[in-house]
Design a protein around this ligand. Structure first.
Ligand code: RIB
Ligand code: CA
Length: 343
């Protein structure tokens, strides 16, 4: 069955992998892509989305531009994590296609109205665009079939502050408004893929080799911490070449932060959950976001024991089968990249 999905991202290295995974799924009708400021400024996010779509021959998918800044906070970006242009060492071709004139928030609203009750929403960046859409149309949540959010940290250390995860830290007010709006009457409880689980989705150089092999790309390249910094891929498959260059930057970043020569694939994991919620075990919770804490601003707080008089407004993903996640990711993107070469 075709799933109608709207993708909101801050592309980003792992957002790029998520986008390729969605494009590779023949059972996905990707209605549009909202570019939200986060990893890099919104114009860079937009260019990256347009570049990937044009590379994959999918120029028909509209890309929508979100606000240049969060709802309240000043914009915070992280080029040190995702590279100066948000795609690591990859040098994507400058796109010749342009963004839609419909902004990201209106695109959310239009997609929900056009596919009332059917729309699957996936957010892998800050929640600025979605919160803006809900402000403009408070009935939006009730028209969603499903919402999956990559964000938050509940029983694990934050990756932006000790208590906050990046997507929530960039725009805590937006996250707070989205959690308050969903889980109400008629609106689905978002499935939250937080760091607790997404930091278990650990991509290694061996996975890069498997991905290249699945695509038929040559030569097979295994990034290594001993390689020259920023070594560029010479893979003959263009998608694999850009992906390898992007992921190498992510490997280098985590290596430099003593997390190993690895990459946490937060966003593609959330994309897989958006298409198959049975992939994860979840627990119901009432989730709120701290906005005024001196040390804890941007912290996602989950009431998992019904201390709050309010019912659950989220389902937190707590477990998955990691091997099957990587098997699916590699098979899906590898097969897609192989087929693209033949166009
Ligand atoms: O905390 C990880 C999240 O923040 C991922 O979505 C990554 O792309 C960044 O947006
Ligand atoms: Ca992201």
């Amino acid at each position: 069955m075709t799933q109608r999905l709207f993708f909101d991202c801050d592309t980003g290295i792992d957002d790029s992998v998520a986008l390729l995974y969605l494009l590779a799924r023949a059972d996905v009708d990707l209605l549009g892509i909202a570019s939200t400021a986060g990893n890099v400024p919104v114009d860079v996010v937009t260019t990256n989305n347009l570049s990937w779509l044009e590379l994959c021959g999918r120029a028909e998918i509209p890309v929508h531009v979100g606000s240049a800044t969060p709802l309240v906070a000043d914009l915070m970006t992280t080029e040190d994590t995702h590279g100066p242009l948000g795609v690591g060492h990859a040098e994507l071709p400058t796109p010749t296609i342009t963004a839609s004139h419909v902004d990201a928030a209106d695109a959310w609203i239009e997609a929900s109205r056009a596919h009332d009750g059917e729309l699957v929403g996936l957010v892998t960046g800050p929640l600025t665009s979605l919160a803006t859409a809900v402000r403009r149309d408070p009935a939006l949540p009730s028209r969603m079939r499903r919402l999956v959010i990559m964000g938050g940290a509940f029983h694990t250390h934050g990756n932006t502050t000790p208590t906050s995860e990046w997507n929530v830290a960039v725009d805590p007010e937006a996250a707070a408004e989205v959690f308050a709006a969903f889980g109400t009457a008629g609106a689905p409880e978002p499935i939250v893929c937080a760091l607790d689980l997404t930091e278990q989705v650990v991509m290694t150089p061996d996975h890069v080799v498997r991905l290249a092999a699945a695509s038929g790309s040559t030569p097979l390249e295994c990034p290594d911490p001993g390689d020259e910094r920023g070594l560029r891929s010479v893979a003959d498959n263009e998608i694999i070449r850009h992906l390898t260059d992007a992921l190498r930057f992510y490997f280098e970043f985590h290596h430099d932060h003593d997390e190993g020569y690895i990459a946490h694939l937060h966003d593609p994991f959330a994309a897989m959950v958006a298409l198959n919620p049975d992939l994860v075990t979840t627990i119901p919770a009432r989730v709120g976001v701290e906005l005024t804490g001196t040390l804890t601003r941007g912290m996602t707080v989950a009431d998992e024991r019904w201390m709050s008089p309010l019912g659950p407004n989220a389902r937190i993903a707590t477990a998955t089968d990691l091997d099957s996640v990587f098997d699916d990711l590699i098979e899906t993107i590898g097969t897609y990249a192989r087929a693209l070469v033949r166009i």
